[in-house]
Structures are given as structure tokens and as C-alpha cells.
Design a binder for this molecule. Structure first.
Ligand code: SF4
Ligand code: SF4
Length: 156
């Protein structure tokens, strides 16, 4: 089946055939399911490294589309935004959402049926209730001291 991504030169099922380090830049970017979960602010216990997601989203996340509003130039505004690569995914895997496509592929698993590369539509991630769509609170509305009052209650 051809989907929108394949029209852009992405081959069907590439994530099952290529290692992460062999993926093209386009394929690597296409792996992102657009859930927006990684853009939620997190609290990390320094001693246990336990990570708790909050409902407080990064200042650049669009709550409706779940996309970064300034993706190409985001580091001008959020220098700490992490650029995930095949080389560094191992060190970041502990905090990535368990549904994140990068985490799944890194763990040797397949993508879910709701992933846009499988379903052929970017809306499927929202329809499957996997994204943060309309569930976040803007960063400027809550002081950092209060983040623990706004923990993300669902499993990530
Ligand atoms: S959690 Fe993973 S799949 Fe979801 S938006 Fe972030 S990088 Fe993309
Ligand atoms: S800068 Fe953009 S990509 Fe980075 S965490 Fe914020 S919203 Fe997400």
C-alpha cells in the first residue's frame, strides 16, 4: 500500500529493513509519530533517575497539532531541546515514552498500527489517543515549583 510518506521517497517498511544508523535523514525524521509526548516537561529523581512526565508542555509545543511551532529554529528558543540520533538514543532511552517510535525500533520492536507510517495518515496517532492533543498546559501558565501538581496521569 502506498501512503503519503512513500510518495516522498520513503520506502515501505524501511524501519524493518534498515538499522537506525543506515536510515536517511528523511527516514529518520519520518519515524516520529507526532505524538508530542517527548515535548512534555519532566521531573527526574536525581538519585533513582525515575522520570515523571507532567502535563506542562514545552513553550514551543502546539497543543492542537502536537507539533513544535518552530522546529527548524527551535534551538534559538529552547537550546536544551535534545536532538535524538542513532548514536545517542541509548543514553536517552530511559526517559523516552514507551510508545515512541524511536524507542520501539531501538528495542527491536515494530511500530503500532496507529503509527502514521503504517496507517497512512498523521491523524491516526490522535484517534488512537496516544498523542497529547488538547491535554497540555502551557509552560508560562505554571511555575516550575508547581510542576509536581500537574503530573501526566496516563502511562507514557
Ligand atoms: S515521543 Fe517519539 S514519536 Fe512521539 S513526538 Fe517524540 S520523538 Fe516523535
Ligand atoms: S523545542 Fe520543539 S521539539 Fe523541542 S521540546 Fe520544545 S516543542 Fe518539542
Amino acid at each position: 500500500m502506498k501512503n503519503g510518506s512513500q510518495k516522498q521517497g520513503i520506502h515501505e517498511g524501511f524501519w524493518k529493513k534498515k538499522s537506525m544508523s543506515d536510515m536517511s535523514r528523511l527516514e529518520w525524521e519520518a519515524l516520529c509519530d507526532g505524538c508530542g509526548k517527548c515535548c512534555l516537561n519532566k521531573l527526574e529523581n536525581d538519585e533513582t533517575c525515575e522520570v515523571h512526565y507532567t502535563k506542562i508542555a514545552c513553550r514551543l509545543l502546539d497543543n492542537e497539532s502536537c507539533k513544535c511551532s518552530q522546529y527548524a529554529i527551535r534551538h534559538q528558543f529552547v537550546p536544551e531541546c535534545i536532538v535524538l540520533t542513532p548514536k545517542n538514543i541509548g543514553e536517552h532511552a530511559y526517559w523516552l515514552p514507551k510508545t515512541c517510535a524511536y524507542y520501539l525500533i531501538w528495542k527491536g520492536k515494530d511500530l503500532y498500527a496507529w503509527h502514521p507510517l503504517v496507517s497512512g495518515t498523521s491523524n491516526s496517532v490522535h484517534e488512537a489517543n496516544v498523542s497529547v492533543q488538547n491535554k497540555t498546559i502551557a509552560e508560562f501558565e505554571v511555575s516550575e515549583d508547581e510542576w509536581e501538581d500537574y503530573l501526566w496521569e496516563e502511562e507514557v
